[in-house]
Ligand binder design. Structure first.
Ligand code: TNX
Length: 494
């Protein structure tokens, strides 16, 4: 089939000349007990076509339907699906509701942006390459409301991403209310970069975010960044500071100046209660503990802190994720997120050989806060300019050894196995972004390329084909009311 699907599926076979027409009588049939996935597909198709698209149980016979089925087929994996579009019906099969939801995004993308409302005939077989396909959204430097986070989740879901990592705390703001530590919200949450009101998610807000994500089969990973990037907490509670004196709120964009008192009992009571509460209120298996850019501790005190916080997370029944610096601990977190441009550091490669998995976020490829070019209004440029092609054309398994000496052992110069790579995560830091429109403009059109790196099979990268597929998404974003950057690398329709 002629398509502009992103991420490109594992296999696509066209039935040329065959079409499934959507009509005012078309129904969506969902598997018993899984109406939600049918509802979400129907809602997206309604928004485009204006047809009623009622959702019924899959037991319901009859043609003219888009039928969603759960099928025991091990080859489909956790998120794979098969789609068959024929003249009389559409059949989407998966082993799990998550697989049906991913396949539903393919159906949405196959629908044109204007009538006639019909789907091209053929078959698609598909499953993801990497298990973790995410975006980190910084709600600390500038606050994003629950509604904004939901709109951002819609965008992730359309490109088959499955993790939303929320950077909830930093020097400029603390964005999650915690019982027993009310000043985190009232003081820590009260400002943001450049001043302004800031904000903080209540218990109900957090439930709404994780619920909205769960419906879309997206796992929320909350990050509490410690021991650095912590001025908002240090302003809220004097006892977390080494000198016992509360800090002033911070609205600038510097880094490296804040650090919890890593030996104080108050700090460990604080971390235990904050991480414990977040663990209880978050359905996914991970808690991100940050650990980046700590400049005020020696190597040993830093490593000891990370060690202790990783164990604390495990005691609360979750697995810790840490930025790449946390590889310095004797027993590093189960997931290490690499962010610095260039190669994997020796410590991270060593940790990977001992069982930690690597999450790849190379800043010169996937940092959505980097400017597209010198004329970009928003964003930063410390990792260079990141154009659409840079974000798309790179290979996660080609992550090389950095050539740095490490321990001097020969294996420290090796690259990493693909098996050590858990996935790929884009990051949108919000020092320069004031609202969702700004976030969209930095996200589109780069995020779809990153989603394709994370989902599509190795060896399918083809810039010329990709930019033509991507061009067809511009009118979709406009129709959805999204703001996007008209990169000159892409042949957008006039
Ligand atoms: C580095 S990535 C940071 C963030 C900044 C970002 C800006 C990382 C672990 N730390 O604190 O917001 O650069 O691009």
């Amino acid at each position: 089939m002629e398509h502009s699907l992103i991420p490109v599926p594992v296999s696509v076979e066209a039935a040329v000349g065959t079409w499934f027409p959507l009509t005012p009588a078309t129904r969506v049939l969902a598997p018993p007990g899984h109406a939600r996935v049918g509802e979400l597909l129907a809602a997206a198709l309604r928004a485009a076509t204006g047809y009623p698209l009622p959702v019924a149980d899959a037991g319901d016979p009859g043609g003219g339907a888009i039928r969603l089925r759960l099928a025991e087929d091990a080859a489909l994996g956790e998120e794979g699906y098969q789609l068959e579009v024929a003249e009389a019906s559409v059949t989407l099969r998966a082993r799990t509701p998550a697989g049906l939801f991913r396949g539903a995004q393919t159906v949405r993308q196959l629908l044109p942006t204007a009538p006639p409302w019909r789907l091209p005939g053929g078959r698609v077989g598909d499953r993801p390459r990497f298990a973790w396909r995410g975006v980190a959204l910084d709600v600390a430097r500038h606050f994003f409301t629950v509604e904004e986070v939901e709109r951002y989740l819609d965008l992730l879901a359309l490109y088959k991403l499955n993790v939303l990592h929320l950077h909830l705390t930093d020097d400029q703001g603390w964005r999650i209310a915690v019982d027993g530590w009310p000043r985190l919200a009232t003081v820590g949450g009260a400002t943001q970069v450049g001043g302004g009101p800031g904000g903080c998610y209540t218990r109900e807000d957090w439930s709404r975010i994780v619920g909205y994500a769960r419906d879309r089969h997206v796992t929320v990973v909350p990050e509490v960044d410690v021991p650095g990037h912590s001025n908002a907490a240090l302003a809220a509670y004097a006892e977390l500071n080494c000198d016992g004196r509360a800090r002033e709120p911070y609205t600038g964009t510097g880094v490296g100046f804040s650090c919890l008192d890593v030996e104080a009992p108050a700090t460990w009571r604080f971390l235990d209660e904050v991480l414990g509460e977040l663990a209880d209120r978050t359905p996914g298996p991970w808690l991100h503990v940050g650990g980046d850019e700590v400049e005020l501790l020696g190597v040993e005190r830093y490593a000891a802190f990370v060690q202790r916080v990783v164990r604390l997370v495990a005691r609360h029944g979750k697995q810790a994720v840490g930025w790449q610096e946390t590889a310095a601990a004797d027993d590093p977190p189960p997931v290490l997120q690499l962010w610095k441009p260039g190669a994997a550091p020796a410590a991270a490669r060593r940790a990977a050989r001992r069982g930690s998995r690597l999450l790849l976020s190379p800043a010169d490829r996937v940092y959505l806060d980097m400017k597209y070019g010198p004329a970009t209004r928003l964003g930063l440029d410390w990792a260079g300019h990141v154009e659409v092609r840079d974000a798309y054309q790179w290979e996660p398994s080609a992550l090389e050894g950095s050539g740095e000496p490490g321990t001097g052992a020969p294996e420290d110069r090796d690259g990493v196995d693909e098996g050590a790579v858990l996935g790929v995560e884009a990051a949108l830091w919000s020092e320069t972004l004031r609202d969702l429109g700004d976030a969209e403009e930095m996200t589109l059109p780069r995020l779809p390329g990153i989603a394709e790196v994370a989902w599509s099979p190795a060896g399918t990268r083809d810039w010329d084909g990709y930019r033509r597929r991507l061009a067809a998404h511009g009118p979709r974003w406009s129709a959805m009311g999204l703001r996007w950057h008209r990169s000159r690398q892409v042949p957008w329709p006039a």
